[in-house]
Design a protein around this ligand. Structure first.
Ligand code: SAH
Ligand code: SF4
Ligand code: F3S
Length: 441
């Protein structure tokens, strides 16, 4: 492909961007390019960006600025959600952006690179009817833990959120495409697959027997794949979870006991203003039903503090829902007004210092809960999926069923599933030992 031989892809934002980044790499690889090595300057840099909050979006431009100072003067492709939101405007803002390619158009990246090599500055933010997935090569190698996009886009239109605009309308990938991709991933070494969708619980489709169903049907099918040991899915919307999926959590051992179920806020008035389609009560009842099916299920969540009009008392309600739900982990953010979203024009925008103070209090409570959750595992035995090499000699790091990082001294390899005893817990990790306690004493 002309003189553009090496590439580097930097993905920001959510797991779907990580998935998209991998797929872009596979596409470029098929066209004869290779990934730049660590420390090597690439001919093409793809910034796979996130538009969710202002800071994330601004990062894209500061990265472009930094690349422009690079002696090699790489070709720069702006991809992801900032590319979709800004289109050609991005190139007016920065002369260093050679290509703009949206999240539904990146199967055309190789063509766009050819065009840019000839001096053009192509912009492709189409959301074409033909699925990008059909235009991509089959998946080959994979790490022990892989992402698989099953649904994309979102029709929920939470009033603060850009995703329905950057990712488009909700689309479920067809059953056979997903099953084939899962089989290819397992063939390539995956032991764990995380099914992705901005609203994954809205997935629907038809199996090979013509039976219609939701995520439950898909999960139960994937659970029959030999060699696939763990299944996860993210992100779920509390208004789209059905009985069948809840039941599957109790019946299907490969479905991991961890559920990311954002609530965003603890006041019904704010939830309504956010257009969330659920109440605090319906959310807490849903968690109860999940825990009844799978008592060791851990819940994680997302929170926004300082949504327009949020009062001190309403923020206190957010702290209360945290106490009631009891999270194993969570992400929390200050509200960031996003151009084009209804909330950006709402009255009662909250002052930054008020948001700072609320965020600190919320995060203190959430950290207490996650440390307590980690500590509750001390003295228990669990299986971990080894996925990284640790910094210390002989140390490996594995993932617990609850997504905790577990450090362990072992000669096991990446991809092995190992039974360990948990000896200690820190805020962000666990310490495991492989030998029976008697032998260690
Ligand atoms: N589809 C997922 C993820 C959306 S983005 C979901 O519905 O949960 C991830 C998180 O970013 C959201 O859950 C929300 O907590 C946060 N977020 C989205 N828009 C935001 C905004 N304008 N300001 C601050 N946080 C935001
Ligand atoms: Fe955004 Fe709401 Fe859709 Fe999640 S459900 S992607 S927060 S609009
Ligand atoms: Fe960000 Fe787009 Fe994901 S805005 S969170 S990269 S869907």
């Amino acid at each position: 492909m002309t003189d553009t031989k090496t590439y580097r892809i930097k993905s920001f934002g959510c797991q779907m961007n990580v998935y998209d980044g991998e797929r872009m790499g596979e596409l470029l690889g098929e066209k004869g390019m290779r990934a730049a090595k660590d420390g090597e300057d690439a001919d093409l840099v793809v910034l796979n960006t996130c538009h969710i909050r202002e800071k994330a979006a601004e990062k894209a431009y500061s990265d472009v600025g930094r690349l422009a100072k690079n002696e090699k003067k790489p070709m720069v492709a702006l991809a992801g959600c900032v590319a979709q939101a800004e289109g050609g405007e991005a190139q007016r803002r920065s002369e260093h952006i050679d290509i703009v390619v949206g999240p539904q158009a990146y199967h055309r990246l190789p063509e766009l690179v050819e065009q840019a090599a000839k001096g053009a500055r192509p912009v492709d933010t189409d959301m074409p009817a033909i699925s990008k997935f059909d235009a991509m090569p089959k998946r080959r190698r994979s790490g022990p833990s892989a992402f698989l996009t099953v649904a994309e886009g979102c029709d929920k239109f939470c009033t603060y959120c850009v995703v329905p605009y950057t990712r488009g309308t909700e689309i479920s990938r067809p059953w056979s495409d997903i099953v084939d991709e899962a089989l290819a991933l397992v063939d390539g070494g995956a032991k764990e697959i995380t099914l992705l969708g901005q609203n994954v619980s809205a997935w629907s489709g038809e199996n090979e027997k013509g039976q219609q169903g939701g995520l439950e049907l898909l999960v139960r099918r994937l659970a029959r794949i030999d060699g696939l040991e763990r299944i996860r899915y993210t992100t779920s919307h509390p208004a789209d979870m059905d009985e069948g999926l809840i039941a599957a959590h109790g019946e299907e051992p490969k479905l991991m006991p961890y559920l990311h179920l954002p609530v965003q806020a603890g006041s019904d008035r704010i939830l309504k203003a956010m257009n969330r389609h659920h109440t605090v009560d319906s959310y807490l009842k849903l968690i109860e039903r999940f825990r009844a099916a799978r008592p060791d299920l851990a819940i994680s969540g997302d929170f926004i503090v300082g949504f327009p009009g949020e009062t001190d008392a309403e923020f206190e309600e957010t702290l209360q829902v945290v106490r009631d739900a009891d999270y194993a982990s969570a992400y929390s953010f200050k509200y960031s007004p996003r151009p084009g979203t209804p909330a950006a024009d709402m009255d009662g925008q909250v002052a930054p210092q008020v948001m700072d103070e609320r965020l600190q209090r919320l995060q203190a409570l959430l950290s207490e809960q996650s440390l307590a959750f980690n500590r509750s595992k001390i003295g228990t035995q669990m299986d971990i999926l080894i996925d990284r090499v640790g910094k210390r000699e002989g140390q490996m790091i594995g993932k617990s069923p609850w997504l905790q990082s577990v450090f362990v001294a072992t000669d096991a390899d990446i991809g092995d599933i190992l039974t360990v005893d948990i000896a200690d817990a820190l805020p962000n990790s666990l310490h495991g030992i492989t030998s029976p306690k008697e032998a260690a004493a």
